[in-house]
Ligand binder design. Structure first.
Ligand SMILES: Nc1ncnc2c1ncn2[C@@H]1O[C@H](COP(=O)(O)OP(=O)(O)OP(=O)(O)O)[C@@H](O)[C@H]1O
Ligand SMILES: [Mg+2]
Length: 162
């Protein structure tokens, strides 16, 4: 599956995230790609809302931790790997358990889940995921490219996203 979206303000991105969140299910893993300030965290906030996380709970969570857990219809894990410098550090986070649980995981700087640039197989036993590539078009405009990886060809709510 391949879908493109465009937003023209942070508020628009929250709404897009919310829509994506409504099309996810337990066990889903999302990889977010995009430069600093592209809107990965903003989109994550929207996705969390779509998954039933209250605004109050989202705001209360510290932003400097690598892994945050929120209570939605399913547990939502927001993982920011920006500061991860090695696969050893990555393994120490204990994410394998998170990724194999009945929850939704959203990963900023998902590049860090690949041991080398030339490999397409992520670490930590991940074998199916949804990728979102964010590009800064203009100061307030962003492009979002969604791709499913090994999710099959139907039967998942994300395939009805438009
Ligand atoms: N259409 C838009 N969607 C999302 N953010 C936007 C948009 N237009 C402007 N912005 C601004 O871009 C910034 C996005 O910040 P955000 O923290 O979401 O990015 P990020 O990709 O998570 O960055 P980092 O790599 O530092 O974690 C915010 O300052 C936001 O106000
Ligand atoms: Mg961020």
């Amino acid at each position: 599956m391949n879908r493109q979206f465009e937003t023209h303000s942070p508020g628009d991105t929250l709404i897009l995230g919310e829509k994506i969140g409504l099309h996810l299910e337990a066990g889903d893993i999302l990889f977010l790609y995009g430069d600093l300030g592209a809107g990965k965290t903003t989109l994550t906030q929207g996705i969390a809302r779509g998954l039933g996380v209250s605004r109050k709970e989202y705001v209360r969570s510290p932003t400097f931790t690598l892994v945050n857990e929120y209570r939605g219809w399913v547990p939502v894990f927001h993982i920011d790997l920006y500061r991860i410098a090695s696969s050893r550090e990555l393994e120490d986070l204990g994410l394998e358990e998170v990724f194999s649980s009945e929850s939704v995981s959203i990963v900023e700087w998902a590049e860090k889940l690949f041991a080398r640039e030339d490999t397409s197989i992520p670490l930590l036993g991940i074998d199916r995921w949804i990728e979102i590539h964010i590009t800064i078009e203009e100061e307030e405009s962003r492009k979002f490219d969604l791709k499913t990886r090994n999710l099959g060809s139907a039967g998942h709510p994300i395939f009805t996203l438009h």
